[in-house]
Design a protein around this ligand. Structure first.
Ligand SMILES: [Zn+2]
Ligand SMILES: [Zn+2]
Length: 348
């Protein structure tokens, strides 16, 4: 039997191993992808530590929802004009095919499945992909940069351009300058936001935020924080505040520096309650709070175009490459923030 290496999560007991598994065969409407690059995300860390569970009950699953590679084998019954050798990134999830909307062939799917969580992902030499999850990439876009577009870049992109609807010259604050937030800073700048204010308690993260396009980087614990935001925005405050940290204290602070009509976007996840310290001021200002989750296939397509046309160089987001066999080491480095990685890439 033909086998390959795959980074597998054994869900009961939450254990992770790189092991030999059979190379899968594409079914109807599917292709087999030869994986060239796969990103390591904080949600992979959370799957392995057991704090995040697959939505679909599965015993074992190959991790990896940020994947790029080339089409290796075509399955039967494909609708598209696909050919072996074509370079593609893979959407980080797919519609369930069973919910009320899917049954009526309407978008959006009400219970989308995530690649590398609910079904086998790309921490493997080969991965299956349904053809509606293939996003072609041009020859000059490197596989590692293409791989991280679904999720690491597309989630903050959708938060900035859709949920937050950032317009040129708006004052934007980004709390949390980690893997998602650092892209939020770049994309807010790309959308024309001015100023872009990064907020992070770590000095190293603030320095990096400045190199990634923030006009100003503030420590949230600075007693001068509110005054600094006012100074940077001509006394107005923020038009849009983004929480990429998923922390109650961030939300409480962000709500206090919103301009009239300003909105707060909750892109980081936390199960804890949300506190608005001064409700009267919030109402007087007609402020809004909006939840945000993930992105849609259109966002991935737009980002591939922006990266391909040189508007967005994702090279600086790639911290390091590791062989697939060292997946556990990559997870450890991300979990312990060793070397403060933005994105680590597994290469089969
Ligand atoms: Zn992710
Ligand atoms: Zn569905």
């Amino acid at each position: 039997m033909n086998t390959m290496l795959a980074g597998r999560l054994h869900v009961p007991g939450a254990t992770f191993r790189v092991e030999e598994v059979p190379i899968p065969e594409p079914g109807p409407g599917e292709v087999l992808i030869e994986v060239k690059a796969a990103g390591v995300c904080l949600s992979d860390v959370h799957l392995i530590d057991g704090s995040l569970k697959p939505f679909v009950p599965v015993e074992t699953v190959t991790l990896g929802h940020e994947v790029a590679g080339v089409i290796h084998t075509l399955g039967p019954g494909l609708l598209g004009d696909w050919a072996p050798g074509m370079r593609v990134a893979l959407q980080a999830g797919q519609s369930c095919g069973r919910c009320a909307n899917c049954a009526m062939r309407r978008a959006p799917c009400l219970s989308p499945h995530t690649r590398g969580v609910d079904y086998d992902g790309g921490w493997a030499a080969y991965a299956l992909a349904r053809e509606d999850t293939l996003a072609p990439i041009p020859d000059h876009l490197p596989f590692d940069q293409a791989a991280i577009i679904p999720d690491a870049v597309s989630t903050p992109y959708a938060a900035i351009v859709d949920t937050g609807a950032v317009r040129p010259a708006q004052a934007v604050g980004v709390w949390g300058a980690g893997g998602l937030g650092i892209h939020g800073i770049r994309l807010a700048r790309l959308a024309g936001a001015a100023p872009v204010i990064a907020v992070d308690p770590l000095a190293g993260a603030r320095d990096r935020a400045l190199t990634f396009g923030a006009d100003l980087a503030l420590d949230p614990a600075d007693p001068d924080f509110t005054a600094a935001v006012r100074r940077a925005t001509g006394g107005r405050g923020l038009d849009a505040a983004f929480d990429f940290a998923g922390a109650p204290a961030v939300r409480e602070q962000a709500a206090t520096v919103l301009h009239r009509g300003g909105i707060m976007v909750l892109a980081g996840l936390t199960p804890h309650p949300l506190t608005v310290t001064d409700g009267t001021r919030f109402s007087w200002n007609r402020n809004e709070i909006r939840g945000h989750y993930g992105s849609s296939p259109e966002h991935v397509g737009q980002l591939i175009r922006l990266a391909a046309m040189g508007r967005l160089d994702l090279g600086p987001s790639i911290t390091d490459h590791l062989p697939l066999a060292d997946a556990a080491e990559a997870v450890r480095r991300l979990e312990q923030k060793a070397g403060d990685p933005i994105r680590l890439i597994l290469v089969p």
